[in-house]
Design a protein around this ligand. Structure first.
Ligand code: ADP
Ligand code: MG
Length: 751
């Protein structure tokens, strides 16, 4: 069933070729127990390795069941070794970091036998060699004879046709040697056993045939016991394949035997992970902080839709946002900023669309028409016009029913209707002298809150305040008392302070409810000054000619414009609602051409975005620096794996002798680097997480609001472990390739 046909194996030593095996022709049959005898160096091992497919002949052929092996590919040899051959070596060649059971199972694992089946078969053969009580021991805890029994069990477990034993008793005392030889003879009854030995007594006692070699040539071939077995099986090997899980197990067990080194390696390569991890954690913390500022502090900033909208962003210092596309080096490029401005057209159609906005997503919409009301006071006893700027006359931006959430009452009451206004002072009740002067209080004496509450202000009506004289209008300064009497009277009902969460545009002074201005506008837009101004192109005040824009501004100023706002402010209370509002505007834009589209500004978002971009760029740069150590550590892993390859050379030989493919070998080492990489990653993220606590503690001692400046993001952590695994895997690729290229015969010879 096995036939060596004129096999020669040449080795080149220096310049001279030399035949380790020289023109050997031998035929072996099932049932034979062949002893190959000869002095050391005569070529016995080489012959056996050629028969077992571990080594290749230089010239000749090996026939397996009459099939030539000349065209055999690497994978055919792997399959042959795995299915048909069982090796037993003088030095046992067991893998010390695997249990007895796992060692025996390895051959089955390589041919893809399932777990339960594997275990059953392995226990069966181990029982047969008398080791059923030592299944979970490590081989180095066993005696020489026991080790050889494990090796025999391993050779037997795949039920091969051929058992090849290379001086199996060479390291054993004679009593144990006899036991082992009897065992080999017993298990080899219906197989072909070829045993190399240099002890003639053993050969004569146990074998059925002795082949003597000398200097690589057959000296004699004597059969002294007739072969009774004559069954020939067809040669149909199953291909081998090791699963990555098996590779992981092998490498994991191996790493367990060098825990300290593994931990130190992982620790060293986790430094890069920690670096990147901390940068990400801090940028994550900042982003969350910005997000929370946007959500909590800036959410009160309305969505602004002005007549003119421009993209908000950082300018190059002192520069413009305009980048010319094509210009000469010596050319001064001129541009008009107005070109970059989009003019929003507040058509009735758009206003109507805006009014359709879901009540639940906004708290109020304010239309600003540019109207500057006439305010009068008679607190001092004389009616006088009060300068609107000076008294900070502005409307609340929070909804009427939420004023108490943003302001605290110092005296009096919150306004409950549009005829009630309040005075805002700062947290120490301070307000500018000018404001109180303008309101008509005597600032040379102490003013108490009670002096303020209950006082009146008046909003003058156009028809009373502007009187026509000689063809143009002048303010009716001579009869301000009448203006006061006919004006809309508002009462100062309270003194309030703004809380931290209030967004103050107007600053300190008089605050009124938005609905007040609305009423004034409705009244004043029908005034005669408005009607007259509407009908002429010259100013009603000094008869000078006005451009269209000037006329519009003038009319807006005196309250004649109630249809075309300058600015629309939409107030809401959450980022989600802002999104809904923007979507509503986008819906309008869908049906518009570019000119009539409406662009809005979300200041809060713009501020958040700008800060966010800044944080992102900073963290990208810092991560890049930290990544350098990631690269360094993957090179280090490459070196470590290479050392491991050197240490595990024997194991490489064993796996190859059991039929493991080159691919399986590289898998074993890839598995090792994957384990180290994943471990380093896990270690790195754990340390990163733990470091966030002291970092936050230190940061918050500088600034209270930085107490969560470092915050890990689970997705980042998972990605970091992946990155560490992938990088170390790449680092280990070259050494694991080197491992897979190792010659199995050489690998086995290493001690
Ligand atoms: P045996 O097993 O009979 O002691 P071997 O088969 O191991 O002998 O070796 C036969 C001869 O081939 C020896 O002289 C040995 O030095 C030589 N040899 C074996 N392997 C190699 C090799 N890889 N390179 C060069 N010479 C080798
Ligand atoms: Mg030898």
């Amino acid at each position: 069933m096995l036939e060596l046909k004129n096999v020669t194996k040449d080795y080149k030593t220096g310049d001279t070729m030399f035949h380790a095996v020289n023109d050997v022709s031998l035929t072996f049959n099932k049932g034979e127990f062949v002893a190959i005898l000869g002095p050391s160096g005569c070529g016995k091992t080489t012959t056996l390795n050629i028969i077992g497919g571990l080594d290749r002949y230089t010239v000749g052929d090996l026939l397996i069941n009459h099939t030539s092996t000349k065209e055999f590919k690497e994978k055919d040899w792997d399959a042959y070794r795995n299915n048909s051959v069982g090796f037993v070596f003088q030095s046992y060649n067991l893998i010390n970091h695997l249990s007895v059971l796992d060692n025996v199972e390895l051959g089955l694992t390589l041919s893809g036998v399932g777990l339960a089946e594997r275990k059953r078969k392995a226990i069966e053969v181990l029982t047969r060699v008398g080791l059923e009580s030592q299944l979970y021991k490590r081989p180095n805890k066993l005696s020489g004879g026991e080790k050889q029994r494990v090796a025999i069990a391993r050779a037997l477990v795949n039920d091969p046709d051929v058992i090849l034993a290379d001086e199996p008793t060479g390291a054993l005392d004679s009593k144990t040697a006899h036991e082992i030889l009897s065992l080999i003879k017993e298990i080899g009854k219906d197989k072909l056993v070829i045993m190399v030995t240099h002890a003639r007594v053993y050969a004569e006692e146990y074998s059925t045939r002795i082949v003597e070699l000398l200097d690589g040539e057959v000296q004699s071939d004597t059969t002294f016991e007739e072969n009774t077995v004559n069954a020939e099986r067809e040669y149909k090997p199953r291909k081998t394949a090791m699963s990555f899980l098996t590779a992981l197990k092998l490498s994991f067990n191996n790493l367990r035997t060098k825990k300290l080194r593994t931990i130190i390696t992982a620790l060293a390569s986790s430094v890069g992970i920690i670096g990147v991890g901390l940068v990400l954690a801090i940028s994550n913390g900042f982003s969350k902080e910005i997000d929370s500022i946007e959500r909590n502090q800036l959410v009160g900033l309305p969505i602004l839709i002005g007549r003119e909208e421009m993209q908000i962003g950082f300018d190059q210092a002192g520069g413009t946002t305009f980048v010319p596309s094509d210009y000469e080096d010596d050319e001064i490029v001129v541009y008009d900023p107005a070109d970059l401005v989009h003019r929003n057209l507040f058509t009735p159609e758009f206003i109507a669309h805006l009014e359709l906005l879901d009540d639940n997503v906004y708290s109020s919409i304010h239309y600003e028409y540019g109207y500057v009301p006439v305010i009068l006071s008679d607190i001092s006893g004389d009616a006088e016009v009060v300068d609107l700027q000076t008294v900070g006359f502005s409307s609340f931006i929070v909804p009427d029913d939420q004023i108490s959430d943003f302001y605290s009452l110092q005296a009096g009451a919150y306004p409950t209707n549009k005829y009630e206004v309040v005075l805002i002072v700062d947290e120490w009740n301070v307000i500018e002298t000018d404001v109180m002067d303008a309101l008509g209080f005597d600032t040379s004496t102490t003013i108490h809150v009670d002096d303020v509450i209950g006082e009146y202000l008046y909003l003058g009506m156009n028809d009373d305040f502007y009187i026509e004289q000689f063809g143009f209008f002048i303010p009716n300064f001579n009869a301000l008392d009448d203006v006061v009497d006919n004006g809309v009277r508002v009462t100062i009902v309270g003194v309030i302070q703004a809380n931290d969460n209030a967004l103050e545009f107007g600053g300190l002074g008089i605050k009124y409810l938005y609905s007040l201005k609305d009423e004034l506008l409705q009244e004043n837009s029908n005034s005669s000054i408005c009607q007259i101004q509407e009908g002429q192109t010259s100013s009603v005040f000094d008869t000078s000619e006005l451009t269209d824009t000037e006329k519009e501004m003038l009319m807006s100023f005196i309250g004649c414009n109630t249809t075309e706002p300058f600015l629309i402010q939409i107030f809401t209370d959450s980022v989600e609602n802002k999104t809904a509002i923007k979507e509503h505007i986008a819906l309008y834009n869908e049906n518009q051409d570019v000119e009539s589209m409406i662009y809005e500004t979300d200041l809060a978002e713009a501020i958040g975005d700008t800060l966010g971009t800044l944080i992102t760029s900073i963290s990208v740069v810092l991560s890049a620096f930290a990544s350098i150590s990631l690269i360094v550590s993957s090179i280090m892993i490459g070196v470590i794996i290479y050392i491991s390859v050197l240490e595990r050379t024997k194991e490489i030989g064993i796996i190859r002798s059991l039929g493991g493919r080159r691919k399986d070998i590289s898998r074993v080492f890839n598995a090792e680097s994957v384990i180290i990489g994943a471990f380093a990653g896990l270690l790195g993220i754990t340390i990163t997480f733990l470091l966030t606590f002291p970092i936050n503690a230190v940061a918050s001692s500088f600034d209270e609001s930085l107490s969560t400046v470092a915050q890990v993001n689970v997705i980042h952590l998972v990605l970091l472990v992946l990155a560490s695994t992938v990088l170390t895997f790449i680092g280990g690729l070259i050494p694991s390739r080197i491992a897979s290229k190792k010659n199995p015969v050489d690998a086995l010879r290493v001690d």
